[in-house]
Design a protein around this ligand. Structure first.
Ligand code: ZN
Length: 257
């Protein structure tokens, strides 16, 4: 179903499928929502309702998906596009949730046509025009571990993929410069990779050194989860992410403290 739906259809979904008050109030204490205004929270609630209408969240290995689990996933997916558009998540339907880490086992061909075999465990995975796969254990773990958020991570990949595949540069808005984005992210990525090699001075998850796409996804996690860290240690990147997501979470946090 396209999310470019008619107003009457949208209103009907919001009216009949809205998130129950008790559940919503229980979950709006998630860290990534800190400092949102009542208007922003109301808009997020609408986004979550429309998101859950359009997506199917299925448990793997007999995992039973409760309403609360669905809303936790939807809130964290929708915080990324709160000031953008639900259309960023169009053209795919399913979210598969495993009880814990799952095995990735597939072949892929690189740009030179060489076929590689992947066999590893993961807490999350996103496919272009395909499902998002998540580990519930890692989603639950993130609630008590600031800075790690597998849902935000995988949905940042989804957004990034819309522009020529996952490469660390989503499609930028007209008021942004691709050249500036590339310069700032490349320089910070190179510096971060050197720090990982040396094994010290790490502010964010060393997994960010895997590729520019992972660097973008990890920084997006920290941008929403611990924005003051990104603003302090990666100020130029903070500025670009604030322009892209059209949000200023560090300001929200400062006003709360
Ligand atoms: Zn990733």
């Amino acid at each position: 179903m396209s999310w470019r739906i008619k107003d009457w259809q949208r209103n009907r979904i919001l009216q009949h499928e809205g998130i129950p008050d008790q559940l919503w109030q229980k979950l709006i204490n998630l860290r990534c929502l800190k400092g949102l205004s009542p208007d922003e929270l109301a808009h997020l609630r609408d986004c979550v309702t429309l998101f859950l209408h359009a997506k199917q969240i299925n448990g793997a290995h007999d995992l039973v998906i409760t309403d609360e689990m669905q809303v936790i996933i939807a809130i964290q997916a929708c915080i990324l596009i709160l000031k953008l558009d639900l259309a960023y998540y169009e053209n795919w339907v399913e979210i598969i949730v495993y009880p814990s880490e799952f095995i990735r086992d597939y072949n892929y061909a690189d740009s030179a046509g060489v076929v590689h075999h992947v066999h590893t465990t993961a807490s999350g995975e996103s496919w272009l025009a395909g499902p998002v796969i998540l580990s519930w254990q890692d989603i639950a773990h993130a609630v008590d571990h600031p800075g790690h958020n597998v849902v935000i991570h995988e949905f940042a990949h989804k957004i990034d993929m819309l522009n020529d595949g996952a490469n660390g540069c989503p499609e930028l808005h007209p008021n942004m410069s691709a050249h500036t984005w590339y310069e700032i992210f490349s320089k910070a990525y190179r510096k971060f990779c050197q720090q990982v090699t040396r094994g010290h001075g790490l502010i964010i998850d060393p997994y960010a050194a895997e590729s520019p796409a992972e660097f973008f996804a990890v920084l997006s996690e920290v941008f929403f989860e611990l924005p003051l860290i990104v603003k302090q240690h990666f100020p130029s990147i903070y500025e670009q992410l604030a322009l892209f997501y059209r949000q200023n979470p560090a300001e929200r946090w400062s006003q709360q403290n």
